[in-house]
Write a protein that binds this ligand. Structure first.
Ligand code: C6P
Length: 408
């Protein structure tokens, strides 16, 4: 197993205890922990350069603007694109809402279709439901195959020229399954639809070269890749960003404002209304610096091996059912499971007594839960700072849970 354990010392929170036990943090799909360098970069911005951006001629305003724009350059470079194609948003959810309201609302009409997959997070369902309600468009879904992947065999049946948007996840936050990016982006293009990639769980865990993916838009969040909450990014193909309307209006995003009409600042600023999250952008830049220094190839290799180890060890626990692909080449490190008839919240509570943090619930993917005919799962998710001993502690604690609930 590739060993990144020395990195743990960079994450102050990993040395704390929970309920008298060392913290075992297995909830990185919800949000990741932050290295000292990210905390320092944000603090240093507030201590030394705090000012508003793009507004003032004074030294602090210039420094703040430079820091903010250099963060954009770093984040853009991280996914292989130019800063002019990357707008900062509050996160994945806001980025998808920008596309829904800035593109969808203006290009959809009665009878048009938005094609989604059943493994989507609510962030990639609800904005489309809202826009469908306003335009008379309809949502259609692709189901899953037997291995929790998106079933694209029925694509021909749903794909026609009424499909205007194909929006799908690059990696499920529930099952860990990778999305069929190539198939769906090509399918969208074949009928003149746009493709939108929810990359909330993809960019943090893989090497993304966005220009090579073939999609029109991509959304991701800083807090799932070692950065702060409150910031994420919307990437778009240059022509798509030009044809997209701003979903929010206000200061910063304008060129000229008259009494009854306004013109917009150039892309990407036309999508950034109001004072942006400046310290958060600085932290996001520091996070991608950190990931780049580790090397995304190393992150991928490490996650694969710890996920394989986890799948292996979990399969030893009687009564445990995993909801997700067993083959690590088809998945990422979010592992959802049920343990007999123990409610996932009870599992999470018992694990917490041992200092182990997992998420339990519907994971903001209720249509998927309904499709899988389960109310909820417990989910362990891994990142570059996790070590195999933490998987062992998880398994030990699950055995304990079986005892408490009379499964032994
Ligand atoms: N999933 C989880 O525990 P935001 O909240 O905007 O940063 O990300 C939303 C989002 C969109 N798509 C996917 C695939 C996601 O996993 C998430 C966030 C977290 O699984 C919180 S619900």
């Amino acid at each position: 197993m590739s060993d990144l354990r020395a990195l743990r010392a960079d994450f102050p929170i990993l040395s704390r205890e929970v309920n008298g036990k060392p913290l075992v943090y297995l909830d990185s799909a919800a949000t990741t922990q932050k290295p000292q360098s990210v905390l320092d970069a944000m603090n240093s911005y507030y201590e030394n350069s705090n000012a508003n951006v793009h507004r003032g001629a004074h030294t602090l305003a210039v420094e703040a603007t430079d820091l903010y724009e250099s963060a954009r350059t770093k984040v853009a470079a991280f996914i292989g694109t130019s800063p002019s194609q990357l707008a900062f948003t509050r996160g994945t959810t806001t980025a998808i809402n920008h596309i829904a309201y800035g593109w969808g609302l203006h290009h959809l009409s009665e009878g048009d279709k938005i094609l989604l997959t059943i493994m989507e997070h609510h962030a990639n369902i609800v904005p489309w439901q809202l826009v469908a309600k306003y335009t008379g468009a309809e949502l259609v879904y692709l189901d899953l195959d037997d291995d929790f992947g998106v079933d694209t065999s029925e694509l021909d049946k749903v794909l026609d020229e009424r499909v205007k948007i194909v929006s799908f996840s690059g990696m499920s936050n529930v099952t860990g399954a990778l999305g069929p990016i190539d198939v769906l982006s090509k399918a969208a293009a074949s009928v003149g639809a746009i493709s939108v990639l929810d990359a909330a769980q993809l960019v943090p865990h893989t090497n993304v070269d966005v220009e090579a993916l073939g999609v029109d838009f991509l959304a991701f969040s800083s807090h799932k890749m070692l950065g702060p909450t409150g910031i994420g990014a919307l990437w778009g193909r240059a022509d798509r960003l030009e044809e997209m309307e701003p979903a929010e209006g206000g200061g910063e995003m304008i060129n000229v404002v008259e009494r009854h009409a306004s013109t917009w600042a150039p892309v990407p600023h036309k999508f950034e209304a109001g004072t942006p999250p400046i310290a958060e952008a600085v932290g996001f830049g520091a996070a991608v610096d950190y990931l780049s220094a580790v090397g995304m190839d190393n992150v991928v290799a490490h996650e694969r091996s710890i996920t394989a180890y986890a799948l292996d060890r979990l399969s030893e626990v009687p009564d445990l059912t995993i909801y997700g692909p067993k083959d690590v080449s088809k998945r990422g490190g979010a592992v959802s499971f049920e343990l007999g008839d123990i409610h996932p919240h009870d599992i999470a509570t018992i694990l917490d007594q041992d200092g182990i943090a997992v998420r339990a619930g519907h994971h903001c993917a209720r249509p998927l839960m309904k499709y899988l005919e389960i109310p909820a799962t417990a989910r362990a998710s891994f990142y570059l700072y996790n070590v195999p001993e933490e998987v062992d502690l998880l398994v030990e604690s699950l055995h304990k849970a079986r005892g408490i609930f009379g499964l032994v």
